[in-house]
Design a protein around this ligand. Structure first.
Ligand SMILES: [Zn+2]
Length: 565
């Protein structure tokens, strides 16, 4: 179709402009639409027109948003018309912090439920690892993933002795889904030369039992000491590439199933993303957050945030670690962990000087800085580095990202606002991890995952599931933000509740803003990318404790249906 082809060329060009992407100004012709959705309860997340009942899509973008008449004016012979029968339609969800570990889900031993609350026995973990050990050469690692210490029906800690039952001839590791702590068997410690007498390295611990013996749990920087020991299977380049593609395609399908149309990837196989895109299997848009050699190469070669197109674009950096974990209770706080003796203040991963230097280098290179900071001490360190970088090299609207930004106070909120930082707090945690908040207590939880404080201060906070640590289901996330009540019925920090409409904005438009893409996506607005989700019920209408039960009926990315129930 000639007109459509012309428009595609125009929009293809616009898609490459990157930062400051303008809403394309064009008028679709009546009869030209690829898709019309009518008879819907549309929550647009566009203040100029918050509600609509219909819209039309052409060449992957919304061309009309309004009532049935306005949208149907664009319907022609070849237009697909969907009668939503009154169902809710919202913009596609945007997850601003996600470790897209498809290869792990497909090829590794999974000892927990990645997607929902489910309890497991320690015996089930041992059984799964024993089965893997049976086909693994001695001396090679046997590893389990997605362990969650508060989702164990035995109601006790996993120990070195448990993992010695898996094998005494393989090093064995079980990684907490939070990613900052792991559990090892005796052989793993022995191969690494770590004994009961080994001192803790900076920024990490070898945990011990009451008698001073290693209990198997290792935190943050100390895990690196053990992971260096033993051997891992060597894959051919072709095998690695194939796993990368399979993993990327698997994750993209999973995101589509849950209504995520844009995801900020924490690194991962970049070539695989391009390969699955070329074969039509990339169903969501990628904001790629790079680290290591790729980040170095970007800096060296002048590649900045925003380079790419509407499907794969370089975003901020990978989360640069300033401290430990919220869920695994190793984050750096100004007060000791309640009940800890001797007093434990969590783990700081690096010095202020090293952090300052890294932030300055990235900021000067025109790349959006992103630091992982959970505890108030770590958030303060990140802000100190951001404030310093802005003083040395001022950039208008820098949108420094603070991944997690979990525990704040009034002064930190003021500094976040002043320096123009964007927090990406945990979303599904309020529901999924309520069984861990007792470790902190109500006083601290009133300042944790502080969506209300951020919004009240005018900070466009976005949503970061942190999958694999947290499930990425947007409906579970929204329910948690709105209720602050967990799966166990416990409510923590109710002062931080936000409305369902605010939670929807945090999970959509604010996510687009966090990657400088709000002009092109994040709301159902004429001219924006046609990314939207049809839902079985209205998240702004149902009882708050029923939001997580809402099903995704259809996910559409760029006008293409990528999931249908
Ligand atoms: Zn993370």
């Amino acid at each position: 179709m000639r007109i459509a082809a012309n428009r595609r060329e125009v929009l293809g060009g616009l898609g490459l402009t990157g930062l400051g992407l303008a809403t394309p100004a064009f008028a679709a012709l009546p009869g030209d639409a690829d898709l019309v959705v009518r008879n819907a309860r549309v929550h647009t997340v566009d203040d100029r027109q918050p509600r609509a009942t219909a819209f039309a899509v052409a060449d992957g973008r919304f061309v009309a948003v309004g009532d049935d008449d306005a949208a149907m004016a664009f319907a022609g012979k070849r237009t697909q018309v969907i009668d939503a029968k009154g169902q809710a339609v919202v913009p596609g969800f945007i997850d601003c912090h996600n470790h897209a570990v498809g290869e792990v889900l497909l090829y590794e031993v999974i000892v927990g439920n990645p997607f929902d609350v489910e309890f497991f026995t320690i015996q089930s973990i041992i059984d799964k690892l024993q089965a893997r050990a049976a086909t693994t050469p001695p001396g090679q690692w046997v590893e389990g993933f997605f362990f969650d210490d508060t989702k164990i029906s035995d109601k006790r800690a996993l120990t070195k002795a448990d993992l010695d039952r898996v094998s005494t001839t393989h090093p064995v590791m079980v990684l907490h889904r939070g990613g900052h702590t792991a559990y090892y068997n005796s052989l793993a410690f022995a191969l690494a030369g770590v004994t009961d007498a080994t001192p803790n390295p900076p920024g990490g611990t070898f945990d011990r039992d009451a008698s001073g013996k290693l209990n198997g749990r290792v935190t943050d920087n100390a895990t690196e000491v053990i992971d260096k020991a033993g051997t891992r299977p060597v894959l051919t380049p072709a095998q690695t590439q194939q796993r990368g593609r399979d993993g990327a395609a698997y994750m993209s399908k999973a995101y589509a199933r849950y209504g995520l149309t844009s995801v900020h990837h924490q690194g991962g196989d970049f070539a695989a993303l391009q390969a699955i895109r070329a074969r039509g299997d990339l169903l969501h848009r990628v904001s790629y957050e790079s680290t290591g050699p790729m980040l170095d190469a970007m800096i060296a070669n002048g590649i900045k945030t925003g380079f790419g197109d509407d499907w794969i674009r370089f975003g901020a950096t990978f989360e640069h670690m300033v401290d430990g974990s919220f869920s695994e209770r190793t984050m750096a706080m100004s007060v000791p962990f309640p009940g800890s003796n001797p007093p434990y203040y969590g783990n700081v991963a690096q010095s202020q000087e090293a952090l300052n230097a890294w932030v300055e280098k990235v900021h000067r290179a025109g790349i959006q800085v992103n630091c992982h900071a959970n505890g108030d001490v770590a958030i303060g360190m990140a802000l100190t580095a951001y404030e310093r970088a802005q003083k040395l090299y001022p950039v208008a609207d820098p949108r420094f990202k603070i991944t997690h930004c979990t525990l704040v106070n009034d002064d930190l909120v003021r500094r976040i606002k002043a320096v123009g930082a964007i927090p990406a707090p945990f979303t599904s945690y309020a529901y999924y991890n309520s069984d861990k908040f007792g470790f902190y207590g109500e006083d601290l939880m009133q300042g944790a995952m502080a969506f209300r404080s951020f919004l009240d201060a005018g900070i466009p906070v976005c949503a970061g599931s942190d999958f694999y640590p947290g499930p990425f289901a947007p409906m579970m996330a929204m329910q948690g933000m709105v209720t602050r009540t967990g799966w166990d019925g416990q409510t923590w920090g109710a002062n931080q509740r936000i409305t369902a409409a605010q939670a929807l904005r945090v999970s959509t438009l604010n996510g687009a803003h966090a990657s400088f893409e709000e002009a092109g996506k994040g709301s159902i607005t004429t001219g924006k990318l046609a990314d939207f989700v049809m839902l079985s019920d209205d998240p702004l209408g149902v009882a708050h404790d029923k939001i997580k039960d809402i099903k995704v009926v259809r996910t559409v990315t760029g006008g293409r249906t990528v999931y249908q129930a």
